[in-house]
Ligand binder design. Sequence first.
Ligand code: NIG
Ligand code: FE
Length: 409
Amino acid sequence: MENTHAAVWDGLVVNARLATLAGDAGYGLVEDGALGWKDGRITYAGPRSRLPGAARAAEVVDADGRLLTPGLVDCHTHLVFGGDRAGEFEQRLQGASYEQIARAGGGIVSTVRATRAADEETLLAQSLPRARALLADGVTTVEIKSGYGLDLEGERRMLRVARRLGEVLGLQVRTTFLGAHALPPEFARSADAYIDAVCDWLPRLHGEGLVDAVDAFCERIGFDAAQTRRVFEAARTLGLPVKLHADQLSDGGGAALVAGFGGLSADHVEHTSAAGVRAMADAGTVAVLLPGAFHVLRETTLPPLEAFRAQGVAMAVATDCNPGTSPLQSLRLAMSLACTHFRLTPEEALRGTTVNGARALGLADRGRLQPGLRADLVLWNAEQPAELAYWLGGGLRAASWIGGRRAGD
Ligand code: NIG
Ligand code: FE
């Protein structure tokens, strides 16, 4: 009797094609599969024919042959912000570059003005539709960065809103402190003094439970290597993992720098050198590819994809959802852009938004369909895994479960 009782699960999907992502290559496909869960964790993932005889569940879903994947992990977003920058989009179409706009006082700093002007409820209301859109297209875990407050109160407000989005939507949210995103006007011409302030805010925000990781923008229009290093040292003192906006517009040695700190990820990496790739391989630092920004800025320098593959650097794919370089609200569309612009295979793109996306956040408990991992699942109106990167838009998601609970309906 005891055994029968133990086999009463919270949920069971049958008649599904599972893309388990188990193993180091391939989709890990299981035809006519079944997947059960209890208390938020997967209890069984495999062929229906081998389902334990006594298995019963409170909720049973017949997938009708459709595809079931791990919930998607969007490991790099800036989705909490005030206002928009559609005007800059128009300026760029008329020939102005992202760097020119930034140097003229627009760019990130213009979103800082709008974000500072928004109170917490306004910021939450403006950010909710973006988080909802990601969820609606299959995201179950999302990383959200600060970086448009650039003062203690503004950064705190952004991080609080990020946490609240998780609570309101039932989404898994990981927060990243990106105080070193741009120089706020009150610190103009004293970047080192601003970095002092960032290093002072970090332990306070961390003490309030608002910070899961630390990031910086290491670039000629951002912060230099020495300033980035100081922020990372402050993170290390607190035991917080680091990641970096590295080598996006130029090779500033950012990838090697973050790898030297054992960083979780180097993000963008279009201009990363061979030495940077080697350092990432040695440290196990994930390359986070952000094809939305590449597309919007009409970049032409591709990340060193062959070197990443040859040296076994794991590649993740994320939206970089932000008002300037990547107003992208679908991780599936990021997968599609990664295939089209970067020639990723659809399998690499799916691995990049599941296993490797989770790795880029330091999360080993999700990203595959395996017993013991979180029951973060998406059922798709599709049969082939390649369809996830193939269809541009179109409401492909049929249902999501986050920690075993239905979400996004
Ligand atoms: O990832 N490069 C820095 N940060 C963002 C852009 C933010 C913005 O322009 O508002 C990025 O591309
Ligand atoms: Fe970014």
